[in-house]
Design a binder for this molecule. Structure first.
Ligand code: NAP
Ligand code: FE
Length: 370
């Protein structure tokens, strides 16, 4: 064995951990920009953060205009508010969308650049300090060095990747998800599951990331049926949140692979939620791995405690009716996906024909038919 692993985020987990560990906000700064969507005002998370900040005499300005699949204009708006308020640290509350917007705001606050340079990489390891409070159990963004933004120039979603994007601290409390809808509960769980599986099938996987992935899959799979109904106890919410953070820690090392690379087009052009987009493609991707006799596949299946057919049937049952997408569009998505660097990171490195086949078969077409 020969590897290194870097994950500098302090993770605190437990009921009321935000208010009970209010001291962890104190070293971050004097004035927080709270980056969030609309639900945090109703699920208790915003109140808890305000209580924690007030306890230590820290000021706060709320930016609650982040929408799903955040865009550069939204990031710019948050950055302008941060500057006018004089905020010196960032608190993210929400799903992946507010967390990713917050990361980009914290990064650009220290290293601003023109819009067309945002995805160009080469950032110095500096951003404003961040605390993240996930209120969905899916993206793991609270422990990853990635911010994924809508890229209207390339008509896809693109990741900014930099160690500067690791939050200083992540607070995990499942109580904020008590009212999370069945759809969001399931779609986000499928995102976490996809992270764990994709990490194992990444060229950059290491024994430690595999351990994190296997544990995440073991914890997520038995809860998927409950996520689908949205009827989960708070303890089950905590478990799903813990598992999604483990999967996030895995992709923090390995990155995502072809499934995410293919899923972005489904979200950009058809508005399919991110986790569902991955799940739609995961079954056919695993079939390709079997065909290519990928060495890691049996380890993935072992974590599911199911054979390949069992895993694909489970995914089918969770997905339900698939979206109708014309064949020509899927073929165009295959050409786009090949330009995504995630494709090459997969141990099974799919060819264009294989990517095309995954797209077509995932939406009920016969890939061999003209
Ligand atoms: P999301 O877009 O953040 O949230 C989905 C919906 O759920 C929103 O309408 C949101 O409303 C609502 N919501 C969030 N928490 C809630 C709660 N506790 N109770 C009730 N409603 C709640 O979805 P997501 O799946 O968590 O994040 C997806 C994004 O993350 C995508 O942009 C994806 O590309 C990205 N992602 C990032 C990483 C990474 O490592 N950085 C990894 C995977 C995915 P409000 O927002 O209005 O509150
Ligand atoms: Fe994801």
């Amino acid at each position: 064995m020969n590897f290194g692993y870097y994950m500098p985020t302090r993770v605190v987990l437990g009921r009321n951990c935000v208010t009970e560990h209010a001291d962890l906000f104190a070293p971050l700064g004097k004035h927080a920009l709270i980056v969030t969507g609309k639900s945090s005002a109703f699920n208790g998370a915003l109140t808890d953060v305000m209580t924690a900040l007030n306890a230590k005499g820290q000021e706060a300005t709320v930016f609650d205009r982040v929408t799903p699949n955040p865009t550069i204009p939204v990031v710019r708006e948050g950055l302008a508010l941060l500057r006018s308020a004089g905020a010196d640290f960032v608190v993210a509350i929400g799903g992946g969308s507010p967390m990713d917007a917050a990361k980009a705001i914290a990064l650009l606050a220290e290293q601003d650049r023109p819009d067309e340079q945002i995805f160009a990489g080469g950032y110095a390891p500096e951003a404003l300090p961040m605390a993240h409070i996930p209120t969905t159990a899916g993206t793991g963004s609270e422990v990853t060095p990635y911010s994924i933004l809508t890229n209207d120039v390339r008509q896809t979603k693109t990741s900014i990747s930099s160690p500067a994007l690791f939050p200083r601290v992540a607070f995990l409390d499942g109580k904020y998800m008590a009212q999370l809808s069945p759809q969001v509960s399931l779609n986000t769980a499928l995102d976490a599951l996809s992270h764990a599986v994709e990490s194992m099938l990444s060229r950059n996987a290491i024994p430690l990331s595999d351990t994190l992935s296997e544990e995440a899959i073991e914890l997520i799979v038995p809860l998927l049926g409950k996520a689908q109904t949205g009827r989960m106890t708070l303890e089950e919410r905590d478990t799903m949140l813990y598992a999604s953070t483990l999967a996030g820690m895995a992709i923090a090392q390995s990155g995502t692979t072809a499934v995410h690379g293919m899923g972005y087009a489904l979200t950009y052009f058809y508005g399919i939620p991110h986790g569902r987009a991955n799940a739609l493609l995961l079954g056919e991707t695993l079939r390709l791995c079997e065909e290519k006799k990928v060495r890691k596949l049996p380890h993935v299946l072992a974590a599911f405690h199911a054979p390949l057919d069992g895993v694909t049937s489970l995914l089918d049952a969770l997905i339900g009716k698939r979206e109708e997408i014309p064949k020509e569009e899927l073929e165009a998505f295959a050409a786009r996906a090949m330009m995504n660097k995630n494709i090459k990171k997969s141990v099974y490195e799919p060819t264009f024909d294989e990517v095309r086949r995954i797209y077509l078969q995932s939406f009920g077409y016969d890939a061999d038919e003209e």
